[in-house]
Design a protein around this ligand. Structure first.
Ligand code: NAD
Length: 289
């Protein structure tokens, strides 16, 4: 298949490489010359502009930093420039309103579009083991699934357009909350005189078990291997967790949902990022307790 890929950063670079490995013809564009050169080394054809990259595409995949950039790329350079009937897949994590607005503009111009944000970080993007949560019509999902599969461990149809973003923001709000709770429990156990490894052995097999504790233990040298064992380098940056929490809390405000724990998690990550922790893995909240 002819696939255009726009946004070849930390995530998109590996994703585009996996599409090439699956035998697709991938035409790539990124504002960064460095990112574009890496895509060329992975076997993508590289282009100087978005319209040139999408000119022959049957599917256009975008993996961009935020909603404003997604809106401007689609409205200025993809809609009306890609061949009629092409399928658009936005894999970026962005706000619901922009997702729905861009999809409506695409549909009005005769294109099908899905939102397909991902769970899994850079290692999963490189390894082709991302989980895609996909929002869109049934027939758009049926067309999107084979495009996503070479990059995926799982491709799940979440519902109508925007449902992927809803799933993603709710998942990551929950992740932030159980990460902070796990950090608090580990720190309290230790301060109260219990060996934290013993606490891990007990709680990971008791009702406190959860992914942050069992599979990504945020205390150095305790439990599962995680970025905590490497001074919180790599992993999922706190700044990206804060971005996702802001999207969730904004959406909660828009629909009058009550999310006190989500709001508290946002305040905790805001303070951590303001104090210079943005580049550290999100488990580094442990070091603040
Ligand atoms: P990144 O900053 O590494 O990559 C984004 C790329 O987009 C950059 O190479 C940048 O040059 C390019 N870009 C920016 N504006 C552009 C434009 N107008 N036209 C073309 N290219 C443009 O970010 P990332 O970590 O790859 O994240 C991408 C998306 O994936 C974000 O929405 C993020 O929230 C989401 N995400 C990231 C992770 C992660 O662990 N990094 C995990 C899940 C989801």
């Amino acid at each position: 298949m002819k696939i255009a890929f726009i946004g070849l950063g930390n995530m998109g670079g590996g994703m585009a490489a996996n599409l090439v490995k699956a035998g697709h013809e991938v035409s790539a564009f990124d504002l960064s010359a460095e990112a574009l050169a890496r895509a060329g080394e992975s076997g993508c054809a590289t282009f100087d502009t978005v319209p040139e990259a999408v000119a022959q595409a049957e599917a256009v995949v975008t993996m961009l930093p935020n909603g404003a950039i997604v809106r401007s790329v689609y409205t200025a350079d993809v809609i009306g420039k890609a061949p009629a009937g092409a399928l658009f897949l936005d894999c970026s994590t962005i706000d619901l309103a922009t997702t729905r607005e861009v999809a409506a503009l695409a549909q009005d111009a005769g294109y099908a579009m899905v939102d397909a944000p991902v769970s899994g970080g850079i290692a999963a993007a490189n390894g082709g083991t991302l989980t895609f949560m996909v929002g869109g019509e049934e027939d758009a999902f049926a067309r999107a699934a084979p495009v996503l599969e070479p990059m995926a461990k799982a491709v799940i149809h979440a519902g109508q357009i925007g449902s992927g973003q809803i799933a993603k923001m709710c998942n990551n709000m929950l992740l932030a909350i159980h990460m902070i709770g796990t950090c608090e429990a580990l720190a309290l156990a230790q301060k109260a005189g219990l060996d934290p490894q013993t606490f891990y052995e007990i709680s990971s097999k008791s009702t406190g078990y959860n992914w942050s504790l069992n599979d990504y233990t945020p205390a150095p040298g305790i439990g599962a291997k995680s970025p905590a064992d490497n001074d919180y380098q790599g992993g999922f940056a706190s700044a990206l967790m804060l971005k996702d929490l802001r999207l969730a809390i904004k959406a909660a405000g828009d629909v009058s949902a009550t999310v006190p724990m989500g709001q508290h998690a946002q305040a905790i990550y805001e303070a951590f990022v303001e104090n210079g922790g943005g580049g550290k893995d999100f488990g580094a909240i442990f070091t603040t307790l």
